[in-house]
Design a protein around this ligand. Sequence first.
Ligand code: MG
Length: 257
Amino acid sequence: MKTTSLTILALVTMSGALPALAQQPAGKPEDTEVWTPVPKIVRPGTTNAAPPSDAIVLFDGRDLHEWVTASDTTKPAGWRVHNGVVTVNKTAGDIRTKRRFTNYQIHLEWQVPVGITGSGQARGNSGLYLGALPDGGYELQILDSYDNTTYVNGQVGAVYKQYIPLANAMRKPGQWQVYDVIWTAPVFRPDGSLESPAYLTALHNGVLVQNHVALKGGTKYIGTPEYKAHGPLPLLLQAHGDPSPPISFRNLWVREL
Ligand code: MG
């Protein structure tokens, strides 16, 4: 257990996926892991959602012109577009949108490859950041949780280290997963204090996994989440440094609310 956590910490650090790690607070990642109760498994139906007429299409299978490299926004997004999908390039790092958003609905399809390897957090780890901040952001976890045990507030559908999903609706590797998320941004007073938290509702493969949960702040790998005032934020897709084969995405669109 300890060895695994240290290995993951080392891999995350190498990946640079969580810049906040540069200044680690006291404590251990395990301090904020929750392992029970394990969400029940629900088998989802099939889904095939084309963008609605008023959507902003962020990836339609052709190119990544809506995206840049998160660590250097002057660089184009370096992930591989092929056959209508885009596959994570872990070397290129996280990608984020050029556009910024406040309140919105987002649709995202993603696929863990057949032959995925690894376990726990090191198995198809990625993440949808509903807002990217310099020290992280608000992460809805992406992970292969089909037959893969980890801390339940870090499994698929979790608001990472904040909310356990209401169910595990994961399809097998090789099948397409669907996230539909409704995001209400936090509101800050002029002095920077929090007036209203962020709210998130999420469906995974058509199954409700988060029901209007109030976020406790930005995602923290170690320590307690906290809010720092911000305006509209870009969306971010995580290139996690775990050594498992990379996952792919398709059909990504947003409707501003
Ligand atoms: Mg992740």
